[in-house]
Design a protein around this ligand. Structure first.
Ligand code: BEZ
Length: 184
């Protein structure tokens, strides 16, 4: 999706863009999009895993009736040079209508990894996803840290995301079982 050439440019973050804001922005406002749900179904070769052992990171799936809360950033067009490089592992920019938490709507760009990209891993049970995440690590850090920071950021937004919070719970249980067994 090309970057709009007139009017405000809004970027909607539903994952790491909420908790890793390493780009300049003019304004940020909590916002949501309708009909999409977060899923840890995208493989990560470059941030939270490696080509040999890809981690799991977010994408969005169509989910009629769902509301996905996140953060909208008003940005300058040149921010996408950095973000397109940061999010190059299977993500494309798409356009969607967002609703600001304090009212009003705008068109926004979103990074989305479809099920036809090479890095896509697809569905698995939340327990399987947590077991996978617990043993992956990449240049941006441990895969479990990604989920724990995401869950914290979602809670701060008042978002109840059952998929993410269930996986977070499994990760805590696994870490506790590991430390009970004397593993670091
Ligand atoms: C986001 O936070 O919007 C995001 C999630 C996954 C990849 C790129 C961006």
């Amino acid at each position: 999706m090309p970057i709009p050439t007139d009017g405000d440019i809004w970027l909607f973050g539903y994952g790491s863009l909420i908790f890793k804001v390493d780009f300049p922005f003019l304004e940020k406002r909590p916002a949501s999009i309708r009909g999409w749900a977060r899923r840890l179904w995208q493989g990560s070769h470059d941030h939270r895993g490696t080509p040999e052992k890809p981690g799991r990171v977010l994408t969005l799936i169509r989910s009629p009736g769902a509301v996905c809360m996140g953060m909208a950033f008003r940005v300058e067009p040149d921010v996408f040079e950095h973000l397109d490089r940061r999010e190059q592992n299977g993500y494309l920019r798409v356009s969607e209508t967002l609703t600001f938490a304090d009212g009003g709507c705008a068109d926004a760009l979103i990074y989305l990894a479809g099920d036809n990209n090479e890095a896509y891993l697809g569905p698995a049970s939340e327990q399987e996803i947590a077991s996978h995440i617990a043993c992956c690590c990449g240049p941006s850090g441990p895969n479990d840290e990604y989920v724990l920071r995401l869950a914290e950021a979602l809670r701060a937004l008042g978002e109840e995301d059952e998929h993410i919070f269930t996986i977070e719970r499994y990760l805590h249980q696994m870490a506790q079982a590991g430390s009970d067994a004397g593993h670091p």
